[in-house]
Design a protein around this ligand. Structure first.
Ligand code: BGN
Length: 353
C-alpha cells in the first residue's frame, strides 16, 4: 500500500505521461486525425441509400471559358457519399468517353473552375482483364472528378504468358508515372475493386502509407486480418521510395501485399487506414485468372523479407518497356517483365500463419 503522498505523486506522473503521449500523437498524426480516431468523427453512412456517381456531375463544370483563379477547397463540395455500384454488361469505351468529356488524352484531368489542390496518379496492374478495366474506368473517372483532384490513370500491362507479377507491375507504374508529373500521391489499385463512397479520398496521408480498401464485400466489409494491405493503397512518392517500393520477386497470387506491409514496418513507418464504414469496395465477380496461380513459395519468401527488402524493390527493378501509349481514358504502359525463376523443388513451403 502506497502512502497518500506517494499515491498522489504516482497519479500526477501518470497524468503527465498520458498528456505527453497525447501530445506526441497529435504531433505525429495531426490533431484532426487523432480526434477522429478517438471519438469516431466519421458520419454513419447509410449504404441502402446510394447515388449514381455521375449525378449532376456536368452541372459542377461551369463555363468552359472561365478563368481559374483559386485552389479548389480542401474538401470538395460535390461529394455525394455512398454510390450505386452494379455490374451489368461492362460499358463500352465509347460510352465512358461520352460520359467523361473533360478527360484528356492519356486519362488526365484537372478541375475546370479551380486549381486541383492534390495531384494523384492511379496505377493499375493489368493483364487480360479488359472488361474489368472498362468497369473500373466507368466508375473511377467520375469518382476522381467529384473529389476535384488533378489526376491521371496509368495502366501497366504485362505482355506474354509468364506468371503475373502484381507488385513488379506497380513498381514499373510508379517509375513511369513519375515521368509525367511530380505527383503528391500514388494510388496502387487492383483492377477489380470499385470504391463505394466518394468521401474515401484518393489523397495520401502526410506521414504513413494508407490502406484504402479496408472493407471489401468479399471479406464481409471487414479486414481479413490486422496487417492486411491488399487491394487499394496510397503512398506518397517519398513513402514509396523509403520502403524501396514493392518486391519484384513475388510471382503469382498471394504474399506480396504481406511483404509490403512488412517493409513498411521495417522501414520505421506504420499503416494508416480508411475507417471501415468508408473504405468499402465491391469486387467485380470473377474466377481465378489463369497465369496467376498461387505462389507456393510465398511463405518461404516472407521469412526472408527482413533480409531482402533493401535489395529487392525499386533499386533492383529491371524490365523491358514495349510501349507507352496515351489512349483516351488512360496511359497504357506495356512491358515485358521476364519470367519467374525456376526454384528447386526442395525449397520449403512453410506456412507461417
Ligand atoms: C492472404 C494472402 C494475401 C491476400 C489475402 C487476401 C498469403 C501469405 C501467407 C503467409 N497472403 O492469405 O496475399 O491478399 O490473403 O486474399 O497467402
Amino acid at each position: 500500500m502506497l502512502s497518500p503522498r506517494a499515491d498522489r505523486r504516482c497519479f500526477f506522473m501518470c497524468l503527465a505521461a498520458s498528456q505527453l503521449l497525447f501530445l506526441l500523437l497529435m504531433y505525429r498524426r495531426g490533431a484532426s486525425s487523432v480526434f477522429q480516431g478517438i471519438f469516431g468523427a466519421n458520419p454513419i453512412w447509410d449504404y441502402s441509400k446510394t447515388q449514381d456517381v455521375y449525378t449532376n456531375l456536368s452541372l459542377f463544370i461551369p463555363d468552359p471559358g472561365a478563368v481559374r483563379a483559386q485552389y479548389c477547397p480542401v474538401t470538395s463540395p460535390i461529394l455525394v457519399g455512398p454510390l450505386t455500384i452494379t455490374f451489368p454488361k461492362p460499358p463500352s469505351l465509347k460510352k465512358i468517353r461520352v460520359k467523361n468529356p473533360y478527360v484528356t488524352s492519356g486519362g488526365f484531368y484537372s478541375p475546370r473552375h479551380c486549381y486541383g489542390r492534390y495531384r494523384t496518379a492511379v496505377i493499375i496492374p493489368h493483364r487480360k482483364r479488359e472488361a474489368h478495366l472498362r468497369t473500373l474506368l466507368y466508375y473511377l473517372h467520375p469518382f476522381l472528378q467529384r473529389q476535384q483532384l488533378h489526376y491521371a490513370i496509368f495502366v501497366v500491362h504485362q505482355t506474354g504468358n509468364a506468371t503475373f507479377n502484381r507488385a513488379k507491375l506497380l513498381n514499373i507504374g510508379v517509375r513511369e508515372a513519375l515521368r509525367y508529373n511530380d505527383w503528391d500521391c500514388l494510388i496502387l489499385h487492383d483492377v477489380d475493386l470499385i470504391p463505394e463512397n466518394d468521401y474515401n479520398l484518393y489523397i495520401c496521408d502526410d506521414y504513413y502509407p494508407k490502406h484504402l480498401s479496408s472493407a471489401m464485400d468479399k471479406f464481409q466489409y471487414s479486414l481479413p486480418y490486422w496487417a492486411y494491405f491488399g487491394g487499394v493503397s496510397a503512398l506518397t512518392p517519398d513513402q514509396f521510395m523509403k520502403i524501396n517500393g514493392f518486391p519484384n520477386t513475388f510471382w503469382g497470387w498471394g504474399g506480396e501485399d504481406d511483404d509490403i506491409a512488412m517493409r513498411i514496418r521495417l522501414s520505421g513507418l506504420s499503416i494508416t487506414r480508411t475507417p471501415l464504414n468508408l473504405g468499402r469496395y465491391k469486387m467485380i465477380p470473377h474466377d481465378r485468372d489463369s497465369g496467376n496461380e498461387e505462389n507456393n513459395y510465398r511463405y518461404n519468401q516472407l521469412q526472408n523479407t527482413r533480409r531482402n527488402w533493401k535489395d529487392d524493390g525499386m533499386n533492383s527493378l529491371d524490365f523491358q518497356l514495349l510501349s507507352r501509349e496515351k489512349t483516351e481514358l488512360y496511359t497504357n504502359i506495356t512491358v515485358d517483365i521476364g519470367e519467374a525463376p525456376v526454384i528447386p523443388t526442395r525449397a520449403r513451403k512453410w506456412k507461417i500463419f
